[in-house]
Design a protein around this ligand. Structure first.
Ligand SMILES: *[C@@H]1O[C@H](CO)[C@@H](O)[C@H](O)[C@H]1NC(C)=O
Ligand SMILES: *[C@@H]1O[C@H](CO)[C@@H](O)[C@H](O)[C@H]1NC(C)=O
Length: 157
C-alpha cells in the first residue's frame, strides 16, 4: 500500500498513499488551505488537510493527511509538492508518480492521501507554504492547493 520514492531534495521525504482512508488516526491538527485558482473546476475536491503537528518540528518526521473526493477514476499522473519559506530563500520540491508503485486506476470517490516527510534539522524556521498539485497522465491539473504551516524547534514544556 505504500509508495516510497527517492527524494529530489536533501531531506528525507516519502509519500504514502492509502486507498481507501486508513482506519488508523494520528492525532492531527487541521491546516487551512485554499485552492490555487478559486475559479478552477478541479476534479479532485479537497475537504481537509491535517498535519500531525503544527508547528512542524525540524528533524522530526511528520505527516500531512489530505482528504479529497475525486470525480473521476485516476489512471495515472503525478503528485507534486513545493514547500517554500515565506521569509527566506528556501524551496523544497518533490514529485511522485502515483501509478509507479500503486495499482491504478484509483476509483472515483473519497480517499485519503498521506504524505510522510521530515524537514532537516538545519532547515530555516518560520512560516512555509506548501503547494500541492496533482496532475493526470496528460498533465491536466486534478487539483492544486496552498496550505501554510510553521516550522520550528521542539519546545520543552
Ligand atoms: C486522515 O484524515 C481522515 C479525515 O479526517 C481520517 O478519516 C483518517 O483517519 C486520517 N488518516 C490518518 C492516517 O490519520
Ligand atoms: C502551484 O504549483 C503549480 C504546479 O507547479 C503551479 O502551476 C501553480 O501556479 C502554483 N500555484 C501557486 C499559487 O503557487
Amino acid at each position: 500500500m505504500n509508495i516510497h520514492s527517492a527524494s529530489a531534495f536533501t531531506f528525507l521525504c516519502f509519500l504514502t498513499i492509502i486507498f481507501p482512508l486508513s482506519s488508523s488516526n494520528v492525532q492531527s491538527q487541521d491546516l487551512t488551505f485554499k485552492y490555487c485558482d478559486k475559479n478552477a473546476k478541479y476534479s479532485m475536491k479537497v475537504s481537509a488537510v491535517k498535519a500531525s503537528s503544527n508547528p512542524v518540528v525540524r528533524g522530526v518526521p511528520f505527516t500531512i493527511n489530505t482528504t479529497f473526493h475525486s470525480d473521476e477514476a485516476i489512471t495515472g499522473g503525478k503528485a507534486q509538492y513545493r514547500l517554500k519559506s515565506d521569509e527566506v530563500d528556501a524551496v523544497y520540491t518533490y514529485a511522485s508518480n502515483v501509478c509507479e508503485e500503486k495499482q491504478c486506476p484509483v476509483s472515483a470517490g473519497k480517499h485519503g492521501l498521506i504524505l510522510d516527510m521530515r524537514f532537516p534539522a538545519v532547515a530555516p524556521k518560520g512560516t512555509y507554504h506548501m503547494n500541492m498539485t496533482f496532475v493526470d497522465q496528460n498533465g491536466k491539473k486534478l487539483t492544486c492547493i496552498i496550505s501554510p504551516f510553521k516550522v520550528d524547534d521542539a519546545t520543552t514544556k
